[in-house]
Design a protein around this ligand. Structure first.
Ligand SMILES: Nc1ncnc2c1ncn2[C@@H]1O[C@H](COP(=O)(O)OP(=O)(O)OP(=O)(O)O)[C@@H](O)[C@H]1O
Length: 338
């Protein structure tokens, strides 16, 4: 209780404004919320800043932080904080590898779990579709039309595919916006805010958005590219059906993804039903989709060239040049366009 009463300030250390962060840290805040890399940067470069008085270390999404991706950063942080502290690890999925957990340097650890196996919430209706890889885009458009009126998060495996798919959908009149690691912090926040404010109904993202985002109005999660690590499935579908609400998830399974999908079903201990579809209706979309694919490729190329020539990050599809107009005859079409 004493700790809570004494809390006077919190600093969030993320993004790139290092100077204002340094000023905030100089005021000796009680709570610092940071990514490991940014924290190490301040520990090494911000005069007078240290963590010698630290009492509590909290790792949210701990399995990710203890992963080898953050090895150097976490090791550096653990070296400069007191051994005598309380450490809390949180995550919907936790690594079983003792070796990794040992890295958090726990003493007499206590584990609290809401379930002994990985479970998704009851109000989440989970489906899969088994389709040929070459028709993925057409099936996506079909599903978006079928479930029109909902808010969607669509997960792709690469930044490039996220950007391409966003352009494709925009060319077809959907209000889609991308979010991925090749976008600047400002652009990412911009995308997120437009989606949060319901100004855009489709957020396309890499796994950068699979954890931690709490946007209550997400109705449907689509795994357009199946997650390679099955635990990521749990985090991705957890973006919908939050806090007692209901939601849907649809996982695209192509001829190349069967094994990964079986691993997901094994992990969640469930056999998923197929999402009902009218194949003939999907096939009727292929021509329009092929045209939009062609323009999306052109836009992607134009954006790449613009970026190279200006060396700027021009990564928001909303700034795509006039190619979209050529598809839509200069007018922005409404959703459920066909
Ligand atoms: N006890 C509660 N009663 C009602 N709503 C709650 C309660 N606890 C949390 N919530 C709400 O549930 C939502 C999800 O909470 P939170 O983002 O903390 O979950 P989480 O476990 O960190 O999720 P994840 O790590 O998967 O992103 C939030 O909108 C939060 O306000």
């Amino acid at each position: 209780m004493k700790v809570v009463e004494n809390l006077s300030s919190t600093v969030i250390v993320g993004g790139i404004d290092s100077m204002s962060q340094s000023l905030a840290l100089a005021k000796k805040p009680h709570i610092i919320i940071a990514t490991p890399g940014r924290l190490v940067d301040h520990l090494e470069n911000t005069k007078g800043f240290n963590l010698r008085a630290l009492k509590f270390l909290v790792m949210d999404e701990a399995d990710r932080i203890l992963n080898m991706d953050f090895e150097t950063e976490v090791d550096k942080i653990l070296k400069v904080i007191p051994r005598d502290r309380k450490t809390f690890l949180f995550s919907a999925t936790m690594t079983k590898q003792v070796q990794k957990l040992q890295r958090a340097a726990l003493k007499n650890p206590v584990k609290c779990a809401v379930s002994s196996k990985y479970q998704t919430v009851e109000k989440l209706q989970q489906y899969y579709i088994f389709i040929p890889s070459k028709f993925k885009d057409s099936y996506l458009v079909y599903i978006l039309n079928e479930l029109a009126g909902n808010s969607f998060m669509i997960f792709c495996s690469t930044c490039n595919n996220t950007q391409r798919t966003a352009l494709l959908l925009r060319n077809l009149g959907f209000t889609a916006i991308p979010l991925h690691g090749q976008m600047s912090q400002n652009k990412r926040l911009g995308s997120l805010n437009k989606f949060k404010a319901k100004a855009r109904s489709i957020l396309l993202a890499t796994d950068v958005a699979s954890r931690g985002l709490d946007i209550p109005h997400v109705d449907v999660v689509i795994n357009f590219d199946i997650p390679t690590h099955s635990k990521d499935y749990i985090h991705r579908v957890g973006r919908t059906a939050r806090a007692g609400r209901s939601g849907k998830s649809i996982t695209f399974v192509t001829q190349y993804d069967v094994e990964l999908f079986q691993r997901i079903e094994h992990l969640i201990g469930k056999k998923l039903p197929a999402f009902p579809m009218q194949e003939e209706e999907v096939m009727m979309l292929t021509e329009r989709v092929a045209e939009a694919q062609r323009f999306a490729r052109m836009e992607l190329r134009e954006q790449g060239e613009k970026k190279r020539s200006r060396n700027a990050d021009d990564d928001d599809t909303e700034e795509a040049l006039g190619v979209r107009k050529k598809v839509a005859g200069g007018k922005k079409k409404k959703r459920k366009a066909f």
